[in-house]
Design a protein around this ligand. Sequence first.
Ligand SMILES: Nc1ncnc2c1ncn2[C@@H]1O[C@H](COP(=O)(O)OP(=O)(O)OP(=O)(O)O)[C@@H](O)[C@H]1O
Ligand SMILES: [Mg+2]
Length: 305
Amino acid sequence: MTLPVVELVDLGKVYRGGKNGVQAVKGVSISVGAGEVYGFLGPNGAGKSTTIRMLLGLIAPTAGEVHLFGEPLRNNPAVLRRVGSLVDGGAFYPFLSGRTNLQVLAKTHGAGADRIDALLAQVGLSDAANRKVKGYSTGMRQRLGVAAALLGDPELVILDEPVNGLDAAGIQEMRLLIRSLSADHGKTVFLSSHLLHEVQQVCDRVAIISRGEVIREATIRDLLSADEGLRLHASPLELARSVIEERWAATAEGDSLLVSATQEEAPELVRRLVGAGVDIFALAPERRNLEEVFLSITQEEMADV
Ligand SMILES: Nc1ncnc2c1ncn2[C@@H]1O[C@H](COP(=O)(O)OP(=O)(O)OP(=O)(O)O)[C@@H](O)[C@H]1O
Ligand SMILES: [Mg+2]
């Protein structure tokens, strides 16, 4: 078995201030395997950036440990040479071109000078490479930020809210870029987002974080399929409902029912309905999207408090 690329062990952070400080992150334990695109999903203030800052050694945890490539970050900051990151959208000199900005960074990091043109092409900025960053759109800046993160040819790429502030086209470009980092370049990607839709489309696996704690971790697939059901259009609907409720749960939504049965149970559902004289017009599997799953999970969480 290969070592996880990222392993957070009972990670916690209390910011000083106030009477007891602010518990921004609490007991976060996750591990990310090589080549995975892993999403850290949570609402504003959930603790995403705090976790990412600890992952990058920018701030020290007050509890727990960060391991990168199987080594504790605490004793071994050199391991960060294998990591590239985009935090706060990246900072660039506005009056220099995209290419010159990358040249300056390559010089400071002592890496990547020979790969700048390839990186500009990879993030779709070849045509704009000689223009001043001042005139770049938000999306172009973000993509330049990703190019900067890739300068040292890192195995692990950490992106804090990479689609923040992007329009639909920019989001689509960033999505393809992130997927290709993993699919074509074999990189491991750890990203944070409060945009469920993005995480759903880009990540293999996701941790949902709320008030500093991971409240659920799952593959996108499991997260969606755990809550699948069957959408039924039938008549008379009330009769259908009473037949269904002998065995499954059903909720009426408009002129249809959402039945909490699996696809494997569909034939039996149909037999029962037809046997009772119900006319079936349509029956189709329905997956709740991650947004609904996310909302129900975070609401459960709120209700517990
Ligand atoms: N430097 C700091 N000092 C004190 N409290 C902080 C500091 N940075 C963050 N916090 C608090 O820690 C909590 C988590 O903040 P964090 O920035 O990690 O959340 P986030 O998930 O990145 O949110 P967002 O989606 O808004 O970026 C919040 O309650 C925030 O107010
Ligand atoms: Mg943040």
